[in-house]
Design a protein around this ligand. Structure first.
Ligand code: GDP
Length: 432
């Protein structure tokens, strides 16, 4: 693995059974991320697990099984490289932690492969009102995934037909357009994850197709620029008291640049001080950039001054705080709820490293998911798959930013009963 190639986080999305695991298993083998020997070992393992047949999906599914059994996942199985980049495959939206990880920045997907089965009936089910092709594409857009490639999959099943490809491409284009993706720049690659058609090599069975292979398409993704020119925001993950050093807060730089000697402020506590030293991977560094996980020491800081969920910035442009007497308006999509959300509902909000209960003070507008236009003012309820503008009031001080200004700090998840009920972005803030 060449570590100095630029890196992208990739998420594989799409309706269940459209062939995501099979395709990723095949890709990992084709790119050499899993060697032939490892593949044979996996095959043996698959047999021991009493699976009927060996398939590429097993390579990828092994990740899921390991996760279920709580074993640390071998990272090698989640990384692969192309000509110019290397990729980490992150949790898929089917996984419980996906949305939360995206929101809290634990694993921000930069790009996505949307796998759509072209098999008769399957594509149609995916794009239908309750389909996961639709749901996942919407989530990806809301959570800031800007780059996308579409694999029109299972080509062996639809006899490599150009006509069927066009039918699928048109339907998916319409869907993506209404969600707000720049369809003109998106590649639609006809593939078979089972036989490897158009994954790493051009398929002669699909000679009418003139575009890139799937690997070429993801190789052409652009590496997002680090948001170094935005105000400094470091959400605090934790703080430790270390003998001889004092209190060491740790966190990830989301935006801006932090240097030793910088004057800083921590919100909502209001503590101000000066950065004495910064550490990353146990080494002292002079400056930290977005994406860096760091620990740092500050003269005079005590445990009461800093904790999980707080946010550090420069005093000239401090993190925004919402007081319990204030509120924010959010645009949300309800992903799951047994009944419906109503005014007064007070679940836990997860945003960056903060987890704070907040009340739905009002339901302001129900929106058409497809067009974003208002379909109802002051709705009484919002249900699964519905989008809305709502006003939320935190029960204690909370750091958030407008999504248009600092997107990294402007996303949130609504959690209840151990599940993600909704995801949203911050539209407006009333501090108090
Ligand atoms: P996932 O739920 O999206 O991860 O889908 P899987 O990879 O588990 O595949 C679901 C089903 O579709 C399995 O029965 C696969 O054997 C089948 N399948 C996956 N890829 C292909 C393909 O390219 N062609 C055909 N004909 N079947 C496929």
């Amino acid at each position: 693995m060449v570590k100095d190639k630029p890196h992208l986080n990739l998420v594989i999305i799409g309706h269940i059974d459209h062939g995501k695991s099979t395709m990723m298993g095949c890709m990992l083998i084709k790119t050499g991320a899993v060697t032939d020997r490892e593949a044979r070992e996996l095959e043996k393992l698959a047999k021991e697990y009493d699976r009927e047949s060996w398939s590429y999906a097993y390579v990828f599914d092994r990740l899921k099984e390991e996760r279920q059994r709580g074993i640390t996942i071998d990272l090698a199985f989640r990384k692969f490289e192309t000509e110019s980049k290397y990729f980490t495959i992150i949790d898929a939206p089917g996984h419980a932690d996906f949305v939360k990880n995206m929101i809290t920045g634990a694993s921000q997907a930069d790009a996505a492969i949307l796998v759509v089965s072209g098999k008769k009936g399957e594509m149609e089910v995916g794009v239908a009102a309750n389909g996961q092709t639709r749901e996942h594409a919407y989530l990806a857009q809301t959570l800031g995934v800007k780059q996308l490639v579409v694999a029109i999959n299972k080509a062996d099943n639809w006899e490599y037909s150009e006509e069927r490809y066009n039918e699928c491409k048109d339907a998916i284009s319409d869907l993506l357009k209404t969600i707000g993706f720049p369809v003109k720049t998106i590649n639609f690659v006809p593939t078979s994850g089972m036989t490897g058609e158009n994954l790493a090599e051009k398929s002669d069975k699909l000679s009418w197709y003139k575009g890139p292979t799937l690997l070429e398409a993801i190789d052409s993704f652009v590496i997002p620029e680090k948001p170094t020119n935005k105000p400094l925001r470091v959400p605090i993950q934790d703080a430790y008291k270390i003998k001889g050093t004092g209190v060491v807060p740790v966190g990830r730089v989301e935006t801006g640049i932090l240097k030793t000697g910088d004057k800083i402020i921590i919100k909502p506590t209001g503590f101000q001080g000066e950065i004495r030293s910064i550490e990353m991977h146990h080494e002292e560094i002079k400056e930290a950039l977005p994406g860096d996980n760091i620990g740092f020491s500050i003269r005079g800081i005590e445990m009461k001054d800093v904790g999980r969920g707080d946010c550090m910035g420069h005093p000239s442009n401090p993190p925004t705080v919402i007081n319990p007497s204030g509120s924010w308006t959010g645009q949300i999509i309800v992903i799951w709820h047994p009944t419906a959300l109503a005014q007064g509902y007070t679940p836990v909000i997860h945003a960056h490293t903060a987890q704070i209960a907040a009340k739905f003070a009002s339901l302001d507008k129900k929106l058409d998911q497809k067009t974003g236009t208002v379909i109802e003012d002051n709705p009484k309820f919002i249900k699964k798959n519905e989008a809305a503008i709502v006003t939320l009031q935190p029960i204690k001080k909370m750091c958030l930013e407008k999504y248009t200004e600092i997107p990294e700090m402007g996303r949130f998840a609504v959690r209840d009963m151990g599940r993600t009920v909704a995801v949203g972005i911050v539209k407006e803030i009333k501090s108090e």
